[in-house]
Design a binder for this molecule. Sequence first.
Ligand SMILES: Cc1cc2nc3c(=O)[nH]c(=O)nc-3n(C[C@H](O)[C@H](O)[C@H](O)COP(=O)(O)OP(=O)(O)OC[C@H]3O[C@@H](n4cnc5c(N)ncnc54)[C@H](O)[C@@H]3O)c2cc1C
Length: 266
Amino acid sequence: MYATTYHKASSLDDAVAKLGGAEDGKFLSGGQTLLATMKQRLAAPTDLVDLTKIPELKGITLDGDTVTVGAASTHYEVHSSDAVKSAIPALAALAGLIGDPAVRNMGTMGGSVANNDPAADYPAALVGLNATVHTNKRALSADDFFTGMFETALEEDEVIVKISFPAPEKAGYEKFRNPASRYAMCGVMAVKLKDGSVRVAVTGAGSDGVFRVPEMEQALAANWSPDAVASITVSPDDMIGDLHGSPEYRAHLVTVMAKRAVAAAG
Ligand SMILES: Cc1cc2nc3c(=O)[nH]c(=O)nc-3n(C[C@H](O)[C@H](O)[C@H](O)COP(=O)(O)OP(=O)(O)OC[C@H]3O[C@@H](n4cnc5c(N)ncnc54)[C@H](O)[C@@H]3O)c2cc1C
């Protein structure tokens, strides 16, 4: 690991100023991805600006039908939040499936979302639940936020402050885990929103990261049941192929996990 200078930001403005004053700085949240990347010498920021003590990035609230999660909330805090459990139980369950206890106690929703690992769980939750990402500059729909594998619409000095989710009528998430890392080889979030619209978001499988399956959404809008998606397949052409599974295997998992996610949603 190369030498780096650690800064603790006390406010959003302080974080942006500290990053602006650094030669090649990076924001730091739980460090579960960034520090590992630095240890492997794949990244060597001159400065790390810790966001986790900024008050605006903390806390989880339920206001009417909207759950708002501060970006510095850990996966454990999301998993154990009464607000999340009561309004979006599928999101609480999803957070409990991330990694292991050490990862869940350190890793944050903001860090995971900013990183946009193609096998991460939260991208499917944000897109499936039609969430909004609030930064220090703007509000972005999840559909617009995730732009490709490890890529987002975030600018260099843009901080994710919080993520807001409309409470759905029904939602279910099922993932087929990589048995070693527990990342998703395929994870599907199936959601019926309170306005009647249906969203199906897939993570872990697509070579461009999270994606929606319009055919499944249409079928579920007409008939919310696992059978409605049982014969709908996705093309392996855009799927990830690696030592853990071929594109064809992942394409097959999309249908299997979608059926299970709809069943889990009830
Ligand atoms: C062993 C292991 C298993 C894992 N298993 C899973 C799994 O099953 N599912 C899953 O989804 N994930 C998994 N992860 C990843 C984990 O969820 C991480 O927490 C997550 O990827 C990064 O979050 P972090 O808070 O640690 O971010 P960091 O590592 O601190 O930062 C990641 C990136 O986001 C940027 N960033 C951080 N916060 C913000 C912010 N608020 N605004 C803008 N940019 C920001 C940083 O600059 C950096 O580029 C696993 C990780 C490990 C080590």
